[in-house]
Write a protein that binds this ligand. Structure first.
Ligand code: ZN
Length: 153
């Protein structure tokens, strides 16, 4: 997603990690923004960030060592997320709207029917001017959302 603007602190820290960990970190930023998770990367989706690479866990450990991620209950927190996410906040979708879309779609992914972990998807991408109106929003599980993101970026 081209609207991402990385704080310079991230670039400095990324100089010390492997290429694979860097890819994982940048994809994690996209994912956290897309699911509006407050910078949390749940363990349940960690492996999607590296396409199920068997060393995903050690890449995560590299990011923790570099000060980019913090280990939390059930996953990881992107450090300084709110600094990074600030430009995005004007487009924040209210929780009530988010829950209404999930409910409209039956609390499941409209593509594969999975019930968790759910995320909101802009049918016409937000980064290309897609609106936050309900008719442009749909419920996708995070794996489907990541696949869609990968195919349109
Ligand atoms: Zn799905």
């Amino acid at each position: 997603m081209k609207w991402l603007m990385l704080p310079t602190d991230y670039f400095t820290a990324l100089a010390d990690v492997s290429d694979a960990a860097e890819v994982m970190f940048t994809r994690g930023l996209d994912l956290a923004a897309e699911m509006d998770s407050g910078g949390v990367i749940p363990l349940a989706v960690l492996h999607w960030l590296t396409r199920h690479h068997r060393r995903a866990g050690s890449f995560a450990a590299e990011l923790v060592d570099a000060g980019l991620w913090m280990a939390i209950d059930g996953g990881y927190q992107i450090v300084n997320w709110h600094q990074f996410a600030a430009p995005r906040s004007r487009a924040h979708i209210p929780t009530a709207v988010r829950l209404a879309i999930y409910a409209r779609d039956g609390w499941k992914c409209v593509q594969c029917g999975a019930m968790a972990p759910l995320s909101l998807d802009h049918i016409w991408p937000w980064s290309l001017g897609g609106s936050d109106r309900p008719e442009n929003l749909q419920t996708l599980c995070m794996p489907c959302n990541l696949r869609k993101g990968a195919s349109t970026s």
